[in-house]
Design a binder for this molecule. Structure first.
Ligand code: FES
Length: 132
């Protein structure tokens, strides 16, 4: 069921039929399937994520997280603007910009951004660009 009072918010999400469960620093959230993880963060915190310094375009890396999928053996760094959410995804570390934006939702589990190890930079593959 969509939140009431936010009619425009549904426009930013890709169509979804159900919510999937993900864990962020040990806290569980329900987020819309078929959307990027950064959109899922926006679903969780619609008042802060749109005002974060996110490019939404795989350039700034302010959206990096360490993430473990349900069938992974260990966490790996990903860009949340690029990666789609999936059931059982577990986020064990977030870039400081995300921690700042999600702090009010993470409550006591939100660490100081200085106390977390930095999420490693992710090499960005060159994009295919039009040649004209
Ligand atoms: S939001 Fe900039 S790289 Fe993901």
């Amino acid at each position: 069921m969509a939140d009431s009072g936010t009619p425009l918010m549904s426009d930013v999400f890709r169509p979804y039929e159900k919510l999937v469960e993900i864990t962020i620093l040990g806290k569980t959230f329900l987020v819309p399937e078929r959307n990027s993880l950064l959109r899922a963060f926006q679903f969780i915190s619609p008042d802060t994520i749109p005002y974060g310094r996110f490019c939404w375009n795989q350039d700034c890396q302010y959206c990096r997280v360490d993430c473990q999928l349900s069938d992974d053996d260990q966490a790996r760094p990903i860009l949340s603007c690029k990666f789609l959410v999936s059931e059982g995804m577990s986020i064990s570390n977030l870039a400081p910009e995300l921690i700042g934006c999600l702090r009010n939702k993470l409550g006591k589990t939100a660490p100081d951004s200085e106390s977390l190890p930095e999420v490693p930079a992710i090499p960005i593959a060159p994009r295919d660009e039009e040649s004209h």
